[in-house]
Write a protein that binds this ligand. Structure first.
Ligand SMILES: [Zn+2]
Ligand SMILES: [Zn+2]
Length: 145
């Protein structure tokens, strides 16, 4: 038996069938709205013909692990940020420790970026994960110095 193909991409296997028009849709073309699969064409059409499929915008669920990771990045970022501020204050008190100022500055930036990575993940942007891990590695390396 032949696999059902996407109606937009006839050479790609369908992962589901549009609830509205009954055509096969591939991973790229499928939109999930309230646990039902639709094709992009039907969703776009529904944006014109009022409220057939509500909500019109596909609601992308955030998985639990991503939520946890983004919260961890937030905490990690805030901790790094606070650490950086104490380091900077310390340097103001004892201006001889120039290297602490440099570390403080890097921690400050890394902290900010880690919070940003958390925000990216929170918005379900997978790049945030890689970005956050990269920032965590940099922060660890700095602390090891
Ligand atoms: Zn459709
Ligand atoms: Zn397709």
């Amino acid at each position: 038996m032949q696999h059902l193909k996407c109606w937009v991409h006839p050479d790609i296997d369908a992962i589901g069938v549009c609830k509205s028009c009954g055509k096969g849709v591939c991973k790229e073309c499928a939109l999930t709205i309230r646990n039902e699969t639709y094709c992009k064409t039907c969703v776009e059409a529904s944006e014109v013909s009022v409220g057939k499929l509500k909500p019109v915008k596909p609601v992308v669920g955030r998985s639990g692990s991503i939520t946890v990771a983004s919260i961890l990045f937030f905490i990690f970022g805030v901790v790094g940020f606070i650490g950086a501020i104490t380091e900077i204050i310390y340097v103001f008190a004892k201006p001889f420790f120039a290297e602490v100022a440099i570390i403080g500055g890097i921690d400050f930036i890394v902290g900010l970026f880690t919070i940003y990575a958390g925000k990216l993940l929170w918005d379900n942007k997978k790049d945030g994960g890689i970005f956050g891990i990269l920032m965590a590695v940099i922060a660890l390396l700095i602390d090891l110095l």
